[in-house]
Every structure is written in structure tokens, then in C-alpha cells.
Design a binder for this molecule. Structure first.
Ligand code: HPA
Length: 271
């Protein structure tokens, strides 16, 4: 493991005594869950050695450790994206640090454009699989054998068991949670309508600019992943409407309470 990640792990371990086994990364406009933890301790990314700062609007930039239903959890409120200029390795820095702290189950949330029919704004969908169109992966370069194998398997990148747990809990909330394939692009420009038609043809249901580097790094280290997309807008060209980040944040706000309830129910069941 890089000595910088090791120093981040040591720093966090010296600041908090809880050792969560489950963590969640909160996507654009989905930060409210961080404020719902009990006994929360918050550490700004700026204080943690080597941690990339999140510059995207709608991303807080702090690690929060606390409890949900008595279960210790870690929350990354804010992530580093490739479009901010970070490398894929930097984008997964937090995931590797969490793994070093003992986290084995990872929930990745994101804001996404809806490609599949019926995936309109406000839909919460489970990620069943992904297509990496970012042209980068965090595993490029010499393999760190202490983290995982050179050629990690990705045949169940998003845990079937976790999806079933999430669906069951959601059913109790009268929430459907359909599944979809998430295509990751580098951004930051939104897609063109022609790109969305292409993505539909190759099997994508959701489109976004994050999550995939984290999923690859997590699978490399043997972590189990649950992906939850919040559809914030119809993907480009699906309807006659221009896309903007304000709509993304506003839809995140609309589903806030549902997302918080879902995460509060699901996270303790993933340990
Ligand atoms: N495209 C890419 N990323 C996104 C979108 C989109 O339509 N909506 C939210 N994140």
C-alpha cells in the first residue's frame, strides 16, 4: 500500500476509536445522510494526509464516522472525480483508506442520467453492473499485491446479495428499486443525444461520471459493493430539455428523505 494511504489510515485511526465494517460514498446532492448519524465525528478531507479535496458543487468534503442503529459506519461526504483533474488512483484514495481501516462493505451512491424508459427524475435504481467508458482505471501501473490480484474478477462487481437486501428493505418502504447498468463517462460535459443513443445500444440504463473507479478498486481489494443511482434527469435527448447541474442538485434534494431512510435501513444489514 502507498505510504501516503498508510499515513491517512494512521491519522484517522488516531482520531477515532470506532472501526466501521461498512461505508457509504455520497454522490452529488445526496449529502444529507451524513447529518443523520448518531455519535458522529467529522474529519474534513483537508486535514487527512494525501486526501484529494472535492471541488464539485454539492459535495461537502468530509469523512464522517458514526453509528446507524448502533452499527458503526463511515461516510464519505464528497468524492474526487476524474473531471476535477484527479487520476483514477486519486479518485479511489478514500476507498483504499477505508479498506485499511477495516471496511469490507461499500455503498456507492451517485446522481445519474436516466437512459432506460421509466428511469425519470427521482427514480432510485440499483446498479446491477457497469460499463467503464472513462478510459482510465485505478489499477493501471504496477500491481500492489498487498491490496489484490493483478487481474481481478469483475463478474459480480455489484453484490447480488446486497441488491437483494436493499430490495427487501425498500419493499417495506413501498419503494421499488429497479436495476440498471451504469455507464461511466469522464465528463464534465453532459452527453450528446447521439452518445446517449449509443449508450442505450450497448446496454446502459444509467449514465454518470463517477462510481466506476471506486467499484474497480473495491473489487480489487475483495470488498462487496452496493451501487445506488439517483436519477436526477432524463439523459440527453430522451426528452426535449437541456441539462444542468442545478437540476441534478434539486432532484437530489427531492429524494433526500427517501435516500436517507433507505441508507439508514440498508447499511446496518450489510455488516
Ligand atoms: N449524465 C452524466 N452524469 C450525470 C447526469 C447525466 O445526465 N446526471 C447526473 N449526473
Amino acid at each position: 500500500m502507498s505510504s501516503l494511504v498508510s499515513s491517512a489510515i494512521e491519522f484517522i485511526a488516531s482520531r477515532v476509536s470506532v472501526r466501521p465494517k461498512v461505508a457509504v460514498v455520497l454522490g452529488s446532492g445526496l449529502g444529507a445522510f451524513a447529518d443523520s448519524l448518531d455519535n458522529a465525528v467529522s474529519i474534513p478531507y483537508s486535514e487527512i494526509p494525501g486526501w484529494p479535496q472535492s471541488t464539485a458543487v454539492g459535495h461537502a468534503g468530509k469523512l464522517v464516522l458514526g453509528e446507524v442503529a448502533g452499527v458503526p459506519v463511515a461516510v464519505l461526504a464528497g468524492r474526487a472525480h476524474l473531471y476535477e483533474g484527479y487520476t483514477a488512483q486519486q479518485a479511489v484514495y478514500g476507498i483504499r483508506a477505508l479498506h485499511g481501516l477495516g471496511v469490507e462493505s461499500l455503498v456507492l451512491t451517485n446522481a445519474a442520467g436516466g437512459i432506460k424508459a421509466g428511469f425519470g427524475p427521482g427514480t432510485l435504481a440499483l446498479v446491477s453492473d457497469h460499463i467503464n467508458l472513462q478510459g482510465q482505471t485505478p489499477l493501471t501501473g504496477p500491481n500492489d499485491d498487498s491490496l489484490g490480484p493483478r487481474f481481478p474478477d469483475m463478474s459480480e462487481a455489484y453484490s447480488k446479495r446486497f441488491r437483494e437486501i436493499a430490495r427487501q428493505f425498500a419493499a417495506g418502504m413501498c419503494l421499488e428499486l429497479p436495476e440498471g447498468v451504469y455507464a461511466a463517462l469522464p465528463g464534465p460535459s453532459y452527453e450528446t443525444p447521439a452518445e446517449i443513443r449509443y449508450l442505450r445500444v450497448i446496454g446502459a440504463d444509467l449514465v454518470g461520471m463517477s462510481t466506476v473507479p471506486e467499484t474497480i478498486a473495491a473489487n480489487h481489494m475483495g470488498m462487496q459493493v452496493l451501487g445506488i443511482s439517483c436519477v436526477t434527469n432524463f439523459a440527453a435527448g430522451v426528452i426535449e430539455q437541456k441539462l444542468n447541474h442545478k437540476e441534478v442538485l434539486e432532484t437530489g434534494e427531492l429524494v433526500r428523505d427517501t435516500m436517507v431512510s433507505l441508507l439508514r435501513g440498508v447499511l446496518p444489514r450489510l455488516v
